[in-house]
Design a protein around this ligand. Structure first.
Ligand SMILES: [Zn+2]
Length: 69
């Protein structure tokens, strides 16, 4: 059976912890609910890491060019 557990979309503001429900509105605060399965990672963050690494490498190669002399 497919699980359709939802979580209060406003729980971070409205509750101390996630409020899970099968309804499309939070039973405690009435906010809309959203799929409780979180995205495992932000795909944009992966490219952010790429950018940070490339930037660091560029900075490092400058330093290396200085030190290799
Ligand atoms: Zn709520």
């Amino acid at each position: 059976m497919k699980s359709d557990i939802l979580v209060c979309s406003a729980w971070r503001d409205a509750h101390d912890r996630p409020v899970y429900t099968l309804r499309d509105a939070c039973p405690e605060c009435g906010a809309a609910t959203e799929n409780s399965a979180p995205a495992p990672f932000d795909p944009e963050d992966r490219w952010g890491e790429y950018r940070r690494r490339a930037k660091r490498r560029a900075a490092k190669s400058e330093a290396d060019a200085d030190a290799d002399g």
